[in-house]
Design a protein around this ligand. Structure first.
Ligand code: ADP
Ligand code: GLC
Length: 484
């Protein structure tokens, strides 16, 4: 039995700000449980919902040396459906109303988390063969292992995988301060180590010191090795290309399951979607205060509102669509104020056509996935993207830009062969996006049967974890074979 410790700064059902939580909360569940004991470790944030906090049982406590500081760490545990989740407790570091805060605080907070996770191994007696780290918040784990625990035989045997979910966020901060917090040796802060453009960089640390690096789609793995997509780390990634793998995210098909979804008004599957989706659409329109027109083309968006998601393409295009076309938009999201205000503006100007729900709501999200006809995701870049996968599963036709995981998961509609699962455009260009939205709308308005078949083809795709799990298992096996 191989033991894997999956370290993440968020995981459903406990705490979520984006797709990382979906992945950390689902990937570990889908390994072959006869061969893998996968446990998850994450921070216990004060902002976690009480219903989750109350399920945690104390396991142990100890002190973590962090430079000249000695910080308390409690370890708590929850077991859900046979899965073990460990939580690192420290109310000074994990206070606040959100998991993440100012970067200068976060670099210390996640140095603490990374080190506490390593201490915890010995204290709880769960000795993993592999620690699977995720994003910059856990980038120091491989470094501490190699530089602090290198004299300990049991720790020295542990291998590490570092997964990049988004290369934009790197955990960059002043070298002197990170040295002060981590007390790592000087060689770590050189260009051969985690130094990058004069700063220390946790994401680079993960890339350099882990035994293998993965990212969440094959296209994104290629893109981050180019100057356009590498956010300054493309050179490092090319150098370490030999240990970089693109493994597509899966979706938790138990959670995102239109046949079982307790958030949606009318449950459905591919056999009755043509009849039942319109019922969800009517309920959605009603809930959002949009006119209850069955034939209007309803486009959904559920997203963090950041430039990553392509929102800079929207202003002109939205105006044109809303002013001229028989279309409705159901928008749900929070994020940068300029985008929130853009949607508020259009909702006020076109109240019968655009509903802007500036909030975070599982219920509202699921209702949009179930009730919309199409799902718009014009991302500037997209490591994988889960929302287009959810849309596909719920028979909501994705309209995406061909980048990263969107390119790998949405096959463009071909009117000649009647193949494909969605619509896509190549360049980051508002005109191209508008044209593609209009093509989708035209198919919907004029060729109902082709539209329905397109929708059903999407529903029949399989983006569960099944195939990606095998790739992770192979990766774990291969790094464990390497000694030293
Ligand atoms: P990212 O991680 O870049 O935000 P993903 O597509 O990987 O993008 O994952 C986003 C996840 O967050 C999905 O599960 C999506 O349903 C969810 N989500 C995003 N915004 C909201 C919101 N406002 N309310 C509810 N869920 C949301
Ligand atoms: C990041 C990416 C998103 C990806 C998610 C999970 O948040 O922005 O594309 O799906 O991580 O890997």
């Amino acid at each position: 039995m191989k033991k894997i410790l999956f370290a993440s700064s968020e995981a459903v059902p406990f705490i979520k700000t984006g797709g990382l939580a979906d992945v950390a909360g689902s990937l570990p569940k889908y390994f072959d449980r006869k061969k893998y004991d996968v446990r998850i470790i994450l921070p216990k944030y004060v902002c976690m919902e009480e219903k989750w906090k109350s399920r945690l049982k104390p396991v142990t406590e100890f002190y973590v040396d962090l430079g000249w500081r000695r910080q308390y760490a409690g370890i708590l545990e929850a077991e859900i459906d046979g899965m073990h989740y460990y939580f690192v407790d420290n109310e000074y570091y994990f206070a606040g109303s959100h998991p993440y805060g100012e970067i200068y605080q976060d670099v210390e907070k996640f140095a603490f988390f990374s080190k506490a996770a390593l201490y915890a191994i010995e204290k709880i007696g769960f000795w993993p063969d592999v620690i699977h780290c995720n994003d910059w918040q856990t980038g120091l784990i491989p470094v501490f292992l190699k530089k602090v625990w290198n004299a300990n035989d049991r720790y020295r045997k542990i291998k590490t995988v570092f997964s990049i979910h988004n290369i934009r966020f790197q955990g960059r901060w002043k070298i002197e301060e990170v040295r002060d917090v981590t007390a790592l040796p000087a060689d770590v802060f050189t260009p051969e180590g985690m130094e990058s453009y004069g700063e220390s960089n946790y994401l680079k640390a993960g890339i350099v010191y882990a035994d293998a690096v993965t990212t969440v789609s094959k296209s994104y793995a290629m893109e981050i090795m180019t100057p356009e997509g590498g956010e300054g780390l493309d050179g490092v990634l090319r150098r370490y290309g030999f240990k970089l793998f693109g493994i597509l995210n899966g979706l938790d098909y138990e959670v995102f399951h239109p046949g079982k979804d307790r958030f949606i008004p009318v449950r459905f599957d591919a056999s009755n979607a043509v009849k039942k989706k319109p019922q969800n659409k009517a309920k959605l329109q009603e809930a959002l205060g949009l006119p209850k027109q069955p034939d209007v083309f309803l486009i959904g968006m559920v997203s963090r509102m950041s430039d990553q998601k392509g929102f800079d393409l929207l202003p002109g295009a939205l105006e044109e669509l809303l002013a001229r076309e028989n279309v409705q938009f159901a928008v749900l999201g929070t994020g940068e104020e300029r985008y929130e205000n853009m949607f508020r503006y259009y909702a006020e100007k076109y109240p019968d056509k655009l509903s802007a729900n500036i909030s975070y709501s599982e219920q509202a999200a699921h209702m949009i996935y179930a009730g919309a006809d199409a799902f718009l995701m014009p991302s500037l870049f997209e490591p994988c993207g889960l929302t287009q996968l959810i849309a596909l599963r719920y028979g909501t036709v994705p309209i995406v830009r061909e980048t990263g995981g969107l390119k790998d998961t949405v096959e463009p509609y071909n009117k000649f062969t009647q193949e494909g699962t969605g619509f896509s455009f190549a360049n980051y260009d508002a005109r191209e996006m508008l044209e593609i939205i209009r093509n989708a709308m035209e198919l919907y308005d004029t060729q109902k049967e082709c539209w329905q078949n397109l929708m059903l083809r999407g529903m029949r795709q399989n983006f569960s974890w099944n195939s990606s799990i095998e790739e992770y298992e192979r990766l774990y096996e291969s790094i464990c074979q390497v000694t030293g």
